[in-house]
Design a binder for this molecule. Structure first.
Ligand code: ADP
Ligand code: ZN
Ligand code: ZN
Length: 735
């Protein structure tokens, strides 16, 4: 039915797990083009913030029965047309409801029903004197702190944020007051979110870098993806910077994506010390308010560079001229719940739509990316030498099959650590498991402390004192006696970061040791403080999880030990070996950065494993070639395409019943084909039983129609009411 004269209808994407838009009558003050605006609507009994995705639509519903939208919340749209198209694509590709996808892309402050698009204002400082700063600085000769801050402000091209100064200088507030009293500086209010960078000098490019920069500059205008495959320390970041400088000079904006653990203070600092640009930083350590500010500034075109983690890929940037995806292989680019997008793949699509270059960089590219580069879908540049001339360290194996371990450490490794420490060097021990030990067991009867809600043992924390489940969060004090046979012979099985650090502490009592994992880094600012101690050389021994694997550059780090690589060799997840090889190569890249020779030791019980052998003999590329051959054999990605249908329920049989019904909707013997369903490798988690069904297609184009069909029919299956289900396109994790 046609709307009544003058009665406009809006189609609104609402953040609910339902597909399609919902129609509402437009409020009277609706602007001529409200698409991309947030709107408050009544949905059932709730009021939700939706996004107008179309205006003046011909509703299929009876207009008299349509509800009126409550209010439009913005004066300007939160999403422009390009962003909406990108998100429409992503919602379709990942088979996720549009309203939820849009909601995920919005910063949290804008998910609320408030018109708070005006950025917060922050206090900043600038020089308040006409006299030449050098002369003024000379007057501060006897006040070194004041002089330091003064010179810092004088060298900046714009006011510097108070918070930035506080982070950088001790006792900044008092020093700033003293400078104000002298009449040398003054406060100003600055719109929030952005950091002002300063122009820094660029190093002379190495020959390899120069060739690569020339190649990056030679690409045709328009969409141009390039993979930079460069060993750790080869100067990839310098290449990004050169391209960024070109784009910024031409008036473009740059989006720089980094994985959560790669987005270190060091990287941000480097960007800030290089470009006299307005820089927005988006990552989980920033407050919601700050993130909202960066987002608004980017959309207004005020941010020149946005540097951020996964969700930053959705930042609106009207003058976007380049996307950089650093460490493109990193697993954190894939969102593992809700809207399960892959930020690298969304970034590629975004660059394609915007017809701009995109640079993917890694020392250990994902097998999919290597495949695309080899099939000439991407430009492919290689840097095989370190920029500083340092040599890559040799990787050697320690067979621990019949060796006693002290807190997870073998004797040969301890001996190497001792030698390196004695020489005044730094050593990093990497173990991808936090806590004291992965299990508590009874020596007499073999009982292992289980999680009552998961098919997994509990992890020991705080020495032998506490038990914690890493899957559901359950926590309890550790028993003193075995609940099964009352023996008091309880032992910790295996080792986590805490136990390794403890063993090293007792073996090297005079050495400063720092632990890096999610538990020890929970407090804000702790990571930065610990990293500063490592950089200064005070901390000599580092023990940590993958948090340590990337982005850090320590001059005296010469020895890296990796304690368990075997998990990656024998896993239900076909990507596990790839992840193991990437991790080993990345952590190895931390060793011997400057003039000191590095060495890397892997402890394993499977020194003859073929993929491990490839990695040791020929490096990541040899490994990747072998792994790609295995994938081709098994028709796994990139040679086949996958989607995973997950289901979980409190009743054990319900997930499989649902998945069998889902499989019956797919033509048997065609493309795509159903692999499964099967119970998940960890069948019970947080009290729910889990199973999954893989949809495998030889032809990617075949996958999506089947998923479309599922998407519209699965919810109506009678078995669907018994389970929670979700579709995961290009799943990264099959566990
Ligand atoms: P990657 O990103 O490939 O790991 P980086 O860009 O971080 O490498 O460079 C590694 C180190 O080499 C850094 O300390 C960097 O300052 C230095 N470096 C990079 N390019 C050059 C160059 N052309 N000349 C001298 N040093 C360089
Ligand atoms: Zn027992
Ligand atoms: Zn649990």
């Amino acid at each position: 039915m046609k709307p009544l004269a003058g009665q406009r209808v809006l189609r609104v994407a609402v953040p609910v797990p339902l597909h399609g838009g919902f129609d509402y009558l437009a409020p009277s003050d609706t602007p001529p083009d409200p698409v991309g605006h947030r709107v408050l609507v009544r949905f059932g009994r709730r009021k939700l913030v939706g996004i107008v995705v179309a205006a003046d639509v011909d509703s299929e519903l009876d207009v008299d029965r349509l509800k009126s939208a409550e209010t439009l919340l913005d004066d300007t749209p939160v999403f422009d047309a390009d962003q909406l198209r990108l998100l429409h694509w992503a919602a379709r590709y990942y088979h996720h409801p549009l309203g939820e996808a849009l909601n995920t892309a919005l910063p949290v402050v804008l998910r609320r029903a408030r018109n708070d698009q005006t950025p917060s204002r922050y206090r900043a400082w600038r020089i308040a004197h006409d006299e030449h700063p050098t002369d003024l600085a000379a007057r501060l000769a006897r006040a070194p702190r004041q002089r330091e801050i003064f010179e810092w402000l004088a060298s900046a091209q714009a006011p510097v944020d108070h918070s930035q100064l506080k982070e950088r200088f001790t006792n900044a507030a008092a020093t700033l007051r003293a400078l104000v009293e002298r009449g040398l500086i003054e406060p100003v209010e600055r719109p929030g979110g952005l950091i002002q960078g300063r122009m820094g000098s660029a190093p002379q490019l190495t020959d390899d870098q120069a060739v690569a920069v020339a190649a990056l500059r030679a690409v045709e205008p328009g969409f141009a993806p390039t993979l930079i495959e460069g060993v750790t320390g080869s100067g990839k970041t310098e290449l990004y910077f050169r391209r960024m400088a070109d784009i910024l000079a031409a008036g473009g904006q740059v989006l720089f994506l980094a994985p959560e653990i790669g987005l270190t203070p060091q990287l941000i600092e480097r960007v800030q010390q290089r470009f006299a640009a307005r820089i927005g930083v988006l990552h989980s350590q920033r407050s919601e308010g700050e993130r909202g500010d960066v987002w608004r500034a980017a959309r207004a075109g005020e941010a020149d560079i946005v540097i951020g983690t996964r969700s930053a890929v959705f930042t609106p940037m009207p003058r976007l001229g380049l996307i950089v995806v650093d460490e493109e292989h990193d697993g954190s680019y894939k969102q593992q719940d809700g809207f399960r997008y892959h930020a690298r793949d969304v970034a590629l699509r975004r660059a394609q739509r915007a017809a701009i270059p995109i640079v993917l960089g890694s020392a250990t590219p994902a097998l999919e990316t290597l495949y695309n580069a080899e099939h000439r879908r991407y430009g492919h540049l290689r840097l095989d030498q370190r920029a500083t001339g340092a040599r890559l360290p040799p990787i050697e194996v320690i067979d621990i099959r019949s060796r006693p371990l002290l807190g997870g450490l073998s004797d040969p490794l301890l001996a190497r650590i001792e030698t390196q420490l004695a020489a005044g060097n730094q050593v990093m021990i990497f173990i991808n498991r936090r806590g004291y030990a992965p299990a508590l067991a009874c020596h007499d009867c073999g009982w292992i402390a289980p999680c009552t809600r998961c098919d997994a043992p509990l992890t020991l924390h705080g020495g032998m004192s506490r038990l914690q489940c890493h899957h559901c969060g359950a926590a309890e004090p550790a028993p003193r006696r075995c609940p099964s046979c009352s023996s008091d012979q309880l032992i910790a099985l295996g080792a986590g970061t805490e136990r390794v650090a403890g063993a090293l502490r007792s073996r090297f009592p005079d050495v400063a040791i720092a632990r890096f994992d999610r538990d020890s880094m929970a407090r804000k600012g702790r990571l930065e403080a610990q990293l500063a101690d490592v950089a200064s050389g005070r901390t000599q021994l580092l023990v940590g999880t993958q948090m340590l694997a990337k982005g850090h550059d320590f001059a005296r780090l010469t020895c890296v030990g990796v304690l368990d690589v075997d998990g990656g060799l024998f896993s239900a997840d076909f990507r596990a070996a790839e992840h193991m090889a990437q991790l080993v190569t990345q952590v190895a890249g931390r060793a011997g950065r400057a003039d000191l020779r590095g060495e890397v030791w892997l402890q394993t019980r499977h020194p003859d494993h073929p993929l491990l052998q490839k990695l040791l003999a020929g490096g990541y590329r040899a490994f990747a070639d072998a792994a790609l051959a295995e994938r081709r054999e098994a028709a796994l990605p990139p040679y086949g395409h996958l989607a995973l249908l997950r289901a979980e329920a409190t009743r054990e049989a319900a997930p499989l019943e649902f998945l069998h019904a889902a499989a019956a909707l797919i033509d048997a013997g065609g493309d795509p084909a159903c692999w499964g369903p099967v119970p998940a490798p960890m069948q019970r988690r947080a009290g729910r039983f889990r199973a999954h069904l893989l949809l495998h297609a030889t032809d990617r184009a075949a996958l999506h129609p089947a998923l479309d069909h599922w998407q519209t029919t699965l919810a109506d299956l009678p078995q669907a009411r018994q389970v929670r289900w979700s579709i995961d396109v290009d799943p990264q994790d099959l566990l």
